[in-house]
Design a protein around this ligand. Structure first.
Ligand code: SAH
Length: 459
C-alpha cells in the first residue's frame, strides 16, 4: 500500500486551489462539499468559479505568492502550465501543505479517490494510479449498491446515538443497531417514508431494545443468469436476507451478492436427483420466516413467469407472513436482447405470447394450436424436449412452415447458443445443434404471412 487512505477533517482547514479553468473548477466542486476555508488563486476564473467567489463561499486572489499558502493544509494545482505548476508546488510544499497537481501523479503528495458520496457515509476508492478506469467502474458498482437515501438514514442514526446510549442497555446496543440498519426502519427510509422510519427508531429507543424480528418473504427474480441483469431491488433483498432458497437455474455469480453470513439453500433439481416437491419448499420458506428470518426465495428470470410464485404467495399469506414479489428479467426478454431481435415489431407482430412446452405431470399437455395467429411472437419456455410437439401443433393449425424461429439457450451467460431456423425445421434444429435446457424457442408469425388453412375459432 503506497498510499494510505484517511479521512481528513475539513471544517476550517485552509484549502488553496491554483487555476481558474475546468480542472480547477472540478476540484473546487469536490472541496465545496466540505466546510473548508477555500482560496482560489488564478488571474481568470471560469464562470462557475466566479459565481462561487461572488457568493462569498471562496476567497479569490489573482496571483499565488508564498503568503498564499501560509496555514494551508491542502493545495490543488491545475494551471495547465508545467513550469508554473512546478513553481507553485515548490511554494506550497515550503509552507508545509500537502500538494495535488492535477493529471501529474509524479508531482502529487496525495491523490483524490473516486468517491461515492452518501454524506455522512463516504466510500473512497483508490488504485494508486494503476487503474483509474477500474476505480471508476468500482465506483459505479458501489453507487448502484447503496441507496441514494443511505446518507439521510445514517445522519438520522447519528442524531439518535446519544438517546440510544441513554436508553438501550450496553449489552443490547449492538443488536439494536443491527436491527436499525437492516430492519423495517431502514427499509422504510429507503422507500422514502422518512417520518415512519424515524418513528420506528424512536419507539424502539423508548422500549429500550429492537422489536422482535418479524419474518418476511421476498420472491425475487434472479434474471436469466448474468449478474448485472438483476434489478437493484433484487440486490438489496439479497443483501438483507438471512437465508436464500435458490433454484437450479440461478447462477452462482448471483448468489455471491448475498451477505457472507447468509445461509444459502439449494432447492432445485440436480441432474439425476429429485427436486424438492413444491409443498416442501412452501413449508420451509414459511417456517424460516416464522422464526423471524428475512427469507429470499430466488427464482430464475421473473418469479411471475412459470415460476410457481402463486403457491408460495398463498403459503405465506395463509401463515400471515408478509410477502412480496421482486420482478426479474424473464428469459424471453433476455434472449430477445441477446440476439438483438425485439419481441414485437410494429406492423408485423403486435401480440406477444409466453407459453410453455411442459405442464405438471397430471395436467393436460398445452394445446399450441390456439396460439397460431398472424401477427404473433410466441416464446416457448421449457419446450426443448417438446419441440416436435410445438412444431406439429403449430403446423397443424395453419402456421406457415417458413415462419422464422430462433432458439436461444443459456441466454446472457457464457454458454449462450443461438440457432436460426424455420418452423419446418424446428425439432431437427434442436436435435442437430444439441440444444439442451434452458432454452427459449421463438416462433415469429408475422402479419404478412398467410395461414396455410382456415384459422381455428377460439373458444
Ligand atoms: N421464471 C423464469 C422461467 C422459469 S421456467 C423466467 O422468467 O425466465 C424455466 C425455463 O425458463 C427454461 O426451461 C427455459 O425455457 C427458460 N430459461 C430460463 N433461463 C434461461 C436462459 N438463461 N436462457 C434461455 N432460457 C432460459
Amino acid at each position: 500500500m503506497k498510499n494510505f487512505p484517511m479521512f481528513l477533517r475539513m471544517d476550517g482547514r485552509r484549502v488553496v486551489i491554483c487555476g481558474g479553468g475546468i480542472e480547477a473548477a472540478r476540484k473546487l466542486r469536490l472541496i465545496l462539499k466540505t466546510e473548508a476555508d477555500i482560496t482560489i488563486a488564478a488571474r481568470d476564473l471560469d464562470p462557475e468559479m466566479e459565481g462561487i467567489v461572488a457568493s462569498g463561499r471562496a476567497h479569490h486572489q489573482p496571483v499565488a505568492t508564498p503568503c498564499t499558502f501560509i496555514g494551508a493544509g491542502l493545495v490543488f494545482i491545475a494551471t495547465g502550465d508545467e513550469a508554473e505548476e512546478n513553481r507553485i508546488a515548490g511554494m506550497a510544499r515550503a509552507a508545509g501543505a500537502v500538494v495535488n497537481v492535477v493529471d501529474r501523479p509524479d508531482m502529487c503528495d496525495a491523490v483524490t479517490p473516486s468517491i461515492v458520496d452518501r454524506d455522512p457515509v463516504v466510500v473512497a476508492i483508490g488504485t494508486e494510479g494503476a487503474a483509474p478506469v477500474l476505480g471508476r467502474r468500482i465506483k459505479t458498482e458501489v453507487e448502484t449498491m447503496l441507496s441514494p437515501r443511505l446518507g439521510g438514514f445514517a445522519a438520522l442514526a447519528g442524531r439518535l446515538r446519544d438517546s440510544v446510549a441513554a436508553r438501550v442497555k450496553p449489552a443490547d446496543r449492538r443488536s439494536f443497531w443491527e436491527w436499525a440498519f437492516s430492519g423495517p426502519a431502514y427499509q422504510a427510509h429507503v422507500d422514502g417514508r422518512e417520518h415512519a422510519a424515524a418513528e420506528m427508531l424512536k419507539s424502539a429507543i423508548s422500549a429500550g431494545s429492537a422489536p422482535k424480528a418479524k419474518g418476511h418473504i421476498a420472491l425475487v427474480g434472479a434474471g436469466p443468469g448474468a449478474r448485472d441483469l438483476l434489478t437493484l431491488r433484487a440486490v438489496q433483498r439479497l443483501q438483507q436476507a438471512d437465508v436464500v432458497y435458490y433454484d437450479r437455474l440461478v447462477d452462482p455469480e448471483v448468489l455471491e451478492l448475498a451477505r457472507r453470513d447468509c445461509d444459502r439453500v439449494f432447492v432445485g433439481k440436480e441432474v439425476g436427483a429429485h427436486s424438492w416437491p413444491q409443498d416442501k419448499i412452501d413449508r420451509i420458506i414459511v417456517a424460516s420466516a416464522q422464526q423471524g428470518l428475512r427469507v429470499v426465495r430466488l427464482k430464475s428470470g421473473d418469479p411471475s413467469v412459470f415460476g410457481r410464485a402463486t403457491e408460495e404467495l398463498q403459503a405465506a399469506r395463509a401463515a400471515g407472513i408478509e410477502v412480496e414479489i421482486v420482478p426479474g428479467i424473464t428469459a424471453a426478454s433476455a434472449a430477445a436482447a441477446s440476439i438483438s431481435a425485439p419481441l414485437t415489431v410494429r406492423g408485423e407482430t403486435d401480440t406477444l405470447i409466453l407459453s410453455t412446452g411442459t405442464t405438471r405431470p397430471d395436467d393436460e399437455a398445452p394445446d399450441h394450436r390456439t396460439l397460431a395467429r398472424p401477427g404473433t411472437t410466441m416464446a416457448f419456455y421449457m419446450a426443448v424436449e417438446r419441440a416436435a410437439r410445438v412444431q406439429a401443433d403449430l403446423l397443424a393449425a395453419g402456421t406457415p412452415a417458413d415462419c422464422p424461429v430462433d432458439i436461444v439457450a443459456h441466454a446472457s451467460t457464457a454458454r449462450e447458443q443461438h440457432v436460426e431456423t424455420t418452423l419446418a425445421n424446428l425439432a431437427d434444429a434442436v436435435t442437430c445443434n444439441d440444444i439442451h435446457s434452458p432454452a427459449i424457442l421463438f416462433v415469429r408469425y408475422p402479419k404478412h404471412l398467410a395461414p396455410t388453412r382456415a384459422l381455428p375459432v377460439s373458444a
